[in-house]
Design a protein around this ligand. Structure first.
Ligand code: AN7
Length: 354
């Protein structure tokens, strides 16, 4: 059987690599594009062709791996010995894994107490040096920028240009799988890198003749962290979707441009809407995504209600991270429903209402 190509090998012609670039790969990319079974009818648009891009099935459980394979490969090529990132969690898990494989030292700076359990567990086990700051992601990123000016450490946040180049491959995969571009793409927005990367990817597809049209890009911030929507940075961002708890997005301008050029929008959804969508997609479609990813579905629901989605539209929701990363939120949502009984048949029958 032929070996599966790495993401970089597969999309080499579209990526800033040469034959000399050492490829650091964990088997990233090639994630499933799964059609929705029940949501279109439930939302009142039964003919909508809705697909979920399951980025939580990447090796470290999020879309970050697409950019990280390239960022770490290029850091290795450049002779870097150490990488650093600020992170709401997923970037740190991905950076730690790829850096570990490449034999690079990895420093991750996290907002204390605000990173989902599974992501911290990953960074620990992959062997990163972890520092928590009593502050938010934006402050952590500022510190990372400052320390990287003084020391020869490569930043692997999405301000590293290779990150978005790698991430744009997800858009190409969607076009390959559908044989066309979707009409609408719904995607969560934190640091605003991923929506920018997808837009690059879709433009590339159109320019290279892989598709005839480009989708409208709809990005969603969490209401308590909606800097772009409000038009000004937020010094104390707050949301249950900790991955997108970001008050001053690094790719602000490029994301606004993506929304504008594509005739889309950056909008926001509330924590309540996020939690509703989070449970709905799990119950109805068997997909366990993290709360931040559910912001994309909450956004879709909002736009369907606003009458924005034509009947037969092709729609893709980008589900950026695996629900297993944040067991605390899942358990909080349903814990009270779990019955604890004495181990007798009678009690069991009572409990399951037979
Ligand atoms: C699951 O890990 O910023 O708008 O430091 O983990 O490209 O930032 C994570 C962001 C969406 C937002 N969904 O993407 C980090 C970090 C999930 C995420 C986003 C993130 P961007």
């Amino acid at each position: 059987m032929p070996e599966k190509l790495t993401l970089i090998e597969k999309y080499r012609e579209h990526l800033p690599v040469t034959d000399k670039t050492p490829i650091v790969s964990l088997g990233e990319g090639g994630t499933p594009l799964v059609p929705a079974e029940h949501l279109p009818a439930l939302l009142g648009v039964p003919k909508m062709r809705l697909f979920f891009k399951l980025e939580g099935l990447n090796p470290t459980g999020s879309f970050k791996d697409r950019g990280m394979t390239l960022a770490i490969s290029k850091a290795t090529e450049a002779g870097s010995r150490a990488v650093i990132c600020a992170s709401t969690g997923n970037t740190s898990a991905s950076a730690a894994a790829f850096a570990g494989k490449a034999g690079l030292k990895c420093y991750v700076i996290l907002p204390a107490g605000k990173v989902a359990l599974g992501k911290v567990a990953q960074a620990i086990l992959y062997g990163a040096k972890i520092v928590q700051v009593n502050g938010n992601f934006d402050q952590a990123l500022q510190l990372v920028r400052e320390v990287a000016e003084e020391y020869a450490i490569t930043i692997v946040n999405s301000i590293n240009p290779y990150r978005l180049e790698g991430q744009k491959t997800a858009a190409i995969e969607i076009v390959e799988k559908l044989g066309r571009a979707p009409d609408f793409v719904f995607i969560p927005v934190g640091n605003a890198g991923n929506i920018s990367a997808y837009w690059r990817g879709f433009k590339l597809c159109q320019d290279s003749g892989m598709c005839q049209h480009r989708p409208r890009m709809f990005g969603f911030e969490a209401e308590g962290a909606a800097a772009i929507v409000k038009g000004a940075p937020i010094s104390n961002p707050e949301t249950i979707a900790t991955a997108i708890r970001i008050g001053n997005p690094a790719s602000w301008q490029e994301a606004v441009k993506a929304a504008h050029e594509s005739n889309g929008q950056i909008d926001s959804v509330s924590d309540k809407e996020i939690l509703y969508a989070y449970q709905l997609v799990a119950h109805q479609e068997g997909i366990f995504c993290e709360p931040s990813s559910a912001a994309a579905i909450a956004g879709l629901i909002k736009k369907v209600k606003a009458g924005l989605i034509p009947e037969q539209a092709f729609v893709t929701c980008v589900l950026t991270g695996n629900g297993l990363k944040d067991p605390d939120t899942a358990i909080k949502v349903g814990e009270k429903e779990i019955a604890t009984i004495e181990p007798t048949l009678t009690k069991l029958k009572e409990a399951i209402e037979l």
